[in-house]
Design a protein around this ligand. Structure first.
Ligand SMILES: NC(=O)c1ccc[n+]([C@@H]2O[C@H](COP(=O)([O-])OP(=O)(O)OC[C@H]3O[C@@H](n4cnc5c(N)ncnc54)[C@H](O)[C@@H]3O)[C@@H](O)[C@H]2O)c1
Ligand SMILES: [Fe+2]
Length: 385
């Protein structure tokens, strides 16, 4: 019998080509009189920011722009953004970008009403009051931060990514317009797309999975696995971009409720110590961790193979699981993500410290279908070195 589970999603998600056009109505409905757009220099130089400001100008909305988010943002960033939000008198924050920009917007929004520093809130439900309202507009199909209660910041000192998990991180409105993802470069499409696929896979095998989250996870696996190669081949394919965005969103809804596990936990030290992009770090750790997990969840891994379109529905579970792992290996190779830790500059002598660091990500390790010890983590890092 299923355990008692809570299922949460943001109150409103607007999707589809042209969705950006709804932004002014949403700002008015939320009572926003001055908007701070939070983005990074890469996105600011691309069509998404121009598309948004055009809509804001046309609707007569007053706004300012913070365009200094650093990809994989350190914890010093939200206070910088807060300074501008306060000096501009912003009462609504709009995160435009990938997970990095959306997460900085989320944290800044609750700092505005709660005070303190981001590190005061690392962990679970430590934010007392709701922040100012947020609208999130993803420009990558990867993190699904627009539907999660998480914000991730880098602690450079501890060389680790830290999570702030709070109900106050949910946005008021998510606006997902696939046109915003058309300019994503191929390597970023590959990395972020793998992140989206891994969310769906990890939450399908999570110990917290329910029938509800399974429904979303399987659909997301099928959409992401079916369209990722295409968006990497031809980023201008709007139909494939739309399907990837939907897959990411649907998988995100699942992972926000069932949680991710060992792949994400072991990837955190890579992002924290080596600035490896989140999606690349996850792709590197995906195969070793899933192979380690497979004996504990062979049937579920076989279901993943079926969702990926493999003809294994009638095969024994182990055979189906092996076929899914082979297909995932082929996908990672086809879209050009480096296969080894040494390819992204990791030093062999750091593996022990990385294993120690991964063990601190207890929030995610608790969801893994097979208990994963420090020795296991070290062996998995060595396997993929
Ligand atoms: N909050 C969550 O639920 C959650 C979940 C997973 C990961 N994360 C975090 O999100 C961050 C990673 O986010 P990400 O993978 O989306 O990447 P990102 O936000 O770091 O962006 C990566 C790069 O892509 C560029 N880019 C983004 N959209 C573009 C577009 N449309 N056109 C051209 N360039 C574009 C950016 O300028 C940047 O250089 C990490 O810090 C990670 O830890 C958060
Ligand atoms: Fe992720």
């Amino acid at each position: 019998m299923e355990q008692i589970a809570t299922f949460r999603v943001p109150p409103k998600l607007i999707t589809g080509v042209g969705a950006v056009g709804s932004v002014c109505d949403e700002i008015r409905e939320l009572g926003g009189s001055k908007v701070l757009v939070v983005t990074d220099p890469g996105v600011a130089a691309c069509p998404p920011l121009a598309m948004l400001t055009e809509a804001l100008d046309a609707g007569g909305v007053d706004y300012a722009v913070f365009d200094q988010v650093i990809p994989e943002p350190p914890m010093e960033q939200p206070p910088q953004c807060l300074e501008l939000a306060q000096s501009e008198g912003a009462d609504l924050l709009l995160g435009l970008g990938g997970g990095s920009s959306m997460d900085v917007a989320k944290v800044t929004a609750f700092l505005m009403t709660n005070g303190g520093n981001p590190s005061d809130y690392f962990g679970n439900e430590l934010v007392a009051k709701p922040g100012v309202p947020t609208i999130l507009m993803p420009t990558t199909a990867g993190t699904a931060s627009e539907v999660t209660n998480v914000a991730i910041l880098k602690d450079r000192g501890a060389k680790l990514k830290e999570g702030i998990v709070t109900q106050h991180n949910y946005c008021k409105v998510g606006i997902l317009d696939p046109r915003l993802t058309l300019s994503v470069p191929t390597d970023v499409s590959a990395a972020t797309g793998m992140d989206a696929l891994i969310h769906a896979i990890e939450c399908y095998i999570s110990v917290k999975a329910t029938d509800m989250t399974d429904t979303f996870a399987l659909k997301a696996i099928s959409l992401c696995a079916g369209n990722l190669r295409r968006v990497c081949e031809d980023g201008s394919d709007l139909a494939a971009r739309t399907k990837m965005q939907q897959g990411c969103l649907i998988g995100g809804i699942s992972f926000a409720n069932a949680g991710v596990g060992g792949v994400h936990a072991l990837s955190y030290p890579l992002g924290g110590a080596y600035d490896v992009p989140h999606g690349v770090a996850n792709s590197l750790m995906m195969l070793p961790v899933l192979r380690f997990n497979a004996p504990a969840c062979a049937e579920r891994m076989a279901d993943i193979g079926v969702a990926m379109g493999l003809d294994v529905a009638q095969a024994p579970a182990k055979e189906g699981a092996d076929a899914a792992l082979d297909a995932l290996a082929e996908l990672v190779s086809d879209i050009g993500i480096p296969p080894r830790l040494r390819d992204v500059g990791v030093a062999r002598e750091d593996l022990e410290a990385m294993a120690d660091s991964a063990m601190t990500v207890t929030r995610l390790l608790a969801n893994n279908p097979r208990p994963l010890s420090r020795e296991d983590a070290l062996a998995l890092y060595e396997e993929v070195y």
